[in-house]
Write a protein that binds this ligand. Structure first.
Ligand code: AMP
Length: 192
């Protein structure tokens, strides 16, 4: 199974992707997680991405396309994957189409988590305080000011993807404001 989860930052894409991976035995490909790992490891990609990520801006398309291309070739991705946080621009979506065609792969679904954006900042602040309480590292971009930039980037560059996939007839939507369990149930119903 190959799936894209769309939605603004804080919509619950990561939480739901982890649950669906456990259910379907596939892997989560979060470009945000992969970039954070690159930043921690101090790789070339990490050095290029660090400042942009901390400012809440998108990193260049070519970097993330390369990461996804390489990651989807690895053995553990062959059973399927959930793309979480990718694509984030129409150019990335077009590159993904080309990439999947070249690998002779098809998407099973593109699902958008619809959320009330006025509630997202509370979720982000909670995510940061939960991480701190659990002794986990707190993301530098889980901060009220940076969040505004991330939401703006979402509106300007990522929201047009809904129309892109709706135009192809492959977009489904789920109410992301329901409980975590109810959202998972709605996703499972779509995925069968
Ligand atoms: P996320 O963990 O998905 O919220 O992503 C955290 C940050 O990583 C974003 O604010 C961007 O700076 C960067 N990022 C993650 N995925 C992408 C992507 N597909 N395209 C560009 N930048 C990305």
């Amino acid at each position: 199974m190959r799936l894209i989860l769309l939605g603004p930052p804080g919509a619950g894409k990561g939480t739901q992707a982890q649950r669906l991976c456990d259910i379907y035995g596939i892997i989560q490909l979060s470009t945000g997680d992969m970039l954070r790992a690159a930043v921690s490891a101090g790789t070339d990609i990490g050095l290029k991405a660090k400042g942009l990520m901390e400012a809440g801006e998108l990193v260049p398309d070519t970097l993330v396309i390369q990461i996804v291309d390489e990651r989807t070739n690895q053995p553990d991705a062959q059973k399927g994957f959930i793309l979480d946080g990718f694509p984030r621009t129409v150019a990335q979506a077009e590159a993904l189409d080309v990439m999947l065609l070249a690998k002779k792969l098809k998407l099973n679904a593109v699902i958008e988590l619809k959320v009330d954006e006025t509630k997202l900042i509370d979720r982000i602040i909670k995510r940061a305080s939960d991480a701190k309480a659990a002794g986990h590292p707190v993301r530098k971009d889980d901060d009220a000011d940076v969040f505004k930039t991330r939401l703006l980037a979402y509106h300007q560059q990522t929201a047009p993807l809904s129309a892109y996939y709706a135009g192809k007839g492959s977009l489904k939507t789920v109410d992301g404001m329901e409980s975590v369990d109810d959202v998972t149930a709605a996703l499972k119903e779509i995925l069968g």
